[in-house]
Ligand binder design. Structure first.
Ligand SMILES: Nc1ncnc2c1ncn2[C@@H]1O[C@H](COP(=O)(O)OP(=O)(O)O)[C@@H](O)[C@H]1O
Ligand SMILES: [Mg+2]
Length: 271
């Protein structure tokens, strides 16, 4: 089995100039775990979800079963060149030219925990404020947009995305994402995307088991599509280094952020 750096990584950690994540040719995605507790937590979260899905208690099993449909399928872990990687479904697999958007959800990425120092929390607070999360309830971490009419990808550096901290430019970028130049209307992409986000939001309205800080919705569609039925729109939750089970309360931070994304998407697509 041959592994290669993921061509379609839109945000997150890099290794030198290339993506830190790997893909094989069978539809699996390999994410290196960061050193120390942060990496271990993402692995633990996937394991917790897997464990809860096999539980006897039916309410937890059902709640977790639904969550799993929003996450990439989990295949365990492996060690590559001495570094532990989690193995999950490659969301881009099966697309010719995937267009991807990484939306980090929530009004804040920080939370009180024994492993989070006061410095970490105050840095996060400042960053969330600076990058617009505090005001908008989410941020655009990155976008790979296939322009079918020009036969190339449109991408920007990380600093470009960091500077979009207010409503108008964010709506403008959401509008941009839904236009691949082949004449399809934004609503052809955002209609199906909103149905999926609606299902996620309905789950958050009732579940009291899990909380998600710094978690993203990865939105993907077929950039090379010229007809609406070929778009294959997908919205999946990714990035669980600060996600936990056993909460016993609703995650209003994520739910509020998700509602805000949905409302700005409606504005962008005129729905
Ligand atoms: N399961 C997946 N399939 C395909 N691409 C993915 C998957 N998970 C993450 N990615 C890509 O990798 C990027 C970084 O992933 P993420 O889990 O957010 O890592 P980090 O912890 O470095 O932020 C995402 O923006 C997305 O482009
Ligand atoms: Mg990320």
């Amino acid at each position: 089995m041959s592994l290669k750096p993921s061509e379609h990584q839109v945000a997150g950690h890099m290794k030198g100039g290339t993506a830190a994540t790997l893909v094989d040719n069978e539809g699996k995605f390999y994410k290196p775990l960061q050193e120390g507790p942060r990496g271990a937590r993402e692995y633990e979260f996937y394991e917790t979800v897997k464990g809860n899905s096999m539980q006897e208690k039916s309410s937890k099993k059902e709640c977790t079963g639904t969550l799993q449909t929003f996450m990439p399928t989990y295949y365990g872990s492996t060690t590559i060149d001495g570094v532990k990687h989690i193995i999950v479904q490659d969301i881009n697999f099966g697309y010719d030219k995937p267009s991807c958007l990484d939306l980090k959800i929530g009004f804040r990425t920080w939370y009180e925990a024994p492993w989070n120092s006061d410095d970490w929390i105050s840095n996060r607070k400042a960053k969330d404020e600076r990058e617009g999360l505090t005001q908008l309830g989410f941020k655009l971490c990155g976008m790979n947009l296939w322009l079918q009419s020009e036969g190339r990808y449109w991408k920007q550096e990380r600093d470009y995305w960091r500077s979009l901290a207010t409503r108008e430019p964010v709506v403008e970028e959401l509008r941009r994402f839904a236009c691949n130049g082949s004449g399809l209307a934004a609503r052809e992409i955002y209609g199906p995307a909103l149905s999926q986000l609606e299902a996620i939001s309905r789950w958050f309205e009732t579940q009291e088991e899990y909380c998600f800080y710094g978690c993203s919705v990865l939105m993907t569609y077929e950039g090379a599509a010229v007809a609406a039925e070929d778009l294959k729109v997908s919205c999946k939750l990714i990035d669980f280094a600060h996600s936990f089970g056993g909460q016993q309360q609703k995650d209003m931070n994520f739910l509020g952020g998700l509602r805000s994304v949905m409302s700005l998407i409606k504005e962008a697509a005129d729905i």
